[in-house]
Design a protein around this ligand. Sequence first.
Ligand code: ZN
Ligand code: ZN
Length: 287
Amino acid sequence: MILTTGPASHDPARDVPELAPYARTTVRLHPRRGVPGARDSHLGGPLWWPAAEPWPVCAGHRDVNGRPSGPYPLVAVAQLTAADFPEIRFPDRTDLVQLLWCTDWHDQPHPEGWGQACRLFWRRADDVTDPLGDQPDPGEDEDMVPRACVLHPERLTEYPWHEELPPGLADRHEAWLAEHGLDDDVSTIPGCKLGGSMRWGVTDLPGSMECGECRAPLELFLQLDTYEYDMAAEDRFRPLQERGLDPRSEAGRAAREPTGMTVGRGGHAGLYVCGADPRHPASLFTQ
Ligand SMILES: [Zn+2]
Ligand SMILES: [Zn+2]
């Protein structure tokens, strides 16, 4: 299956040329419910995990009397391969990255982070010769347990969130749009995606986005979103192949909310990793 985003309303590189240097590529993942293989790229579902390696747990929980409770198994959120996503800067001798989190909110490595406690595992797929058969069952009804989804990656050009642009440039883009009666459908693309730029409409962009370990800039690695697109029929981000689906029907809901997660209060979250070494602790920022 191929899923295709609609055409953009305009081309900023032509219409507001000073935006051209800020164009970047993001990869819409287009997750859709399915049965992914354990070695494939996917959200939710089975990870390519060595049977001999203990499944990671969250030990950061206390009962009402302050005594440690748990530990609770982390939940498989995403697995991405170098073959599918050459744009990921894999550390040497790795070609598979796995994201797991605790479904509860915890402190983040970055002081302004907000959301689930995340762990990234970088490994080489061929090193896993004896994969784990059954991973711990996270249950189905948790808000932050993604349904198993296969991916249909699509690369798109995107422009950054306005606070990441030089002063005044976003206003000039906005003025050009107003003059032509158009909406901005090229900045901060919604839905689950790899790389690019996230909307910071709830908290604004934190003043400093640096790795706590080495001070290198943090970069958006993965955006997870409650919704892939709006209810509006004309929304550019509803794939052309799904324009005939009623978003209120069961199939329409499954396409628009494929992971079944409610991120934050129905918004999105971005997992940011260190631009110098992606093995440094990553932070989740929920909007
Ligand atoms: Zn926890
Ligand atoms: Zn770092």
